[in-house]
Ligand binder design. Sequence first.
Ligand code: BG6
Length: 480
Amino acid sequence: NETGCLSIIVLGASGDLAKKKTFPALFNLYRQGFLQSNEVHIFGYARTKISDDELRNRIRGYLTESADAKEGVSEFLQLVKYVSGTYDEPEGFQALDAAIAEHEISTNTAEGTSRRLFYLALPPSVYPPVCTMIKAHCMNKSDLGGWTRIVVEKPFGKDLESSEELSTQIGSLFDEPQIYRIDHYLGKELVQNLLVLRFANRMFVPLWNRDHIDNVQIVFREDFGTDGRGGYFNEYGIIRDIIQNHLLQVLCLVAMEKPVSLKPEHIRDEKVKVLQSFLPIEDDEVVLGQYEGYTDDPTVPDNSNTPTFATMVLRLHNGRWEGVPFIMKAGKALNSKKAEIRIQFKDVPGDIFRSKKQGRNEFVIRLQPSEAMYMKLTVKQPGLEMQTVQSELDLSYTQRYQATVIPEAYERLILDTIRGDQQHFVRRDELKVAWEIFTPLLHRIDNGELKPIPYKAGSRGPEEADALLERAGYVQTHGY
Ligand code: BG6
């Protein structure tokens, strides 16, 4: 199944996602030898009428600008061809099929099969017509086997109903093992490390529960605003853009039970169980914000109620986590750029150092920037006095793994789609429960029942969020 001719078709080839993420990831895979030039062809497809060379030049411009791109760009670009066509009429897709077939015939597939990977770097509104056209005109027809797979990107709908409608449409055309729903957070090194950390370290096994953990925070901060994406963002807002997918996926890996094995279905079964255990989100455990200047973007209406910041408490109703608040925090145009998980442990019972209380143990997993894990511990302040101080056990990836290049999330995930590994992709039932959790809250925001509090761009976000954190039990700890 893993040999033979491979055609990667990037639909929406002239768009931003293709330029910034898909083609660079493909180039990196090529550079590392994962895409063999005697087997692979890459097809760009979009509406614009341009030549192969024009597309190549666009991609080249981006690849050579980006810091780590070096040699090999021209060889890689020789693998790229372009076909133009609309997203809902047969002609373009028939031409695309003919171009793929030509490549398949010219490639030696006697031993192997033909594999067709369709990457939809497109807005979800065109997923149904595009999938219909692929199904009708572009499926792998090799007698020797092989496959056809499609890769789709969020937003998968706007709420439970629209997401289910989209799932049903795509599901009527493709089987679940053919559909790869990307959440690129699942491709990040430290997110992939969560399973190992939790289930390969004896010291965490007895501690990872409500008896020892006081609260969990999952945080995403960006130090820039919507940057030209206001039109898209205003339709969705920070909860749909970040929390309902990226942060929730991270939360699942922090909270789920140990899977029976590492098989993708076993892992995804456990994620679904966690998602099914959430209690409804309470309005008084939500703080929304909107940065000042957000509506200056001409594509954003002046009276927009869309949150660019949200902090909320999610609560699980199960044996492991009852009573432990999971605090989700995400914001744009804040004072820093960071994504991290903070696991705060309970106070030590009968603290004999109480006069010198230093704060709690905290285990922090920093997803980005500068991947790291550190554990805040209370130790004796070195010296003659018996004083305590909070210090850190620190594993910083750039220091520890100097020789290792950490792969980009998209690189890893595209390789998984070629290999047929769905572990790091969102299953349909997972997506459905994820929408069930947030849809009531999202509808209250859409109706204007909940309003975002203005905050200054470049600030920490609304102060009300800190008060919510405190109410949820988070205690600010101070290092040395
Ligand atoms: C995307 C969101 O999914 O993730 C963007 O649509 C956000 O709004 C981006 O900026 C963040 O990804 P990363 O990998 O830079 O944290």
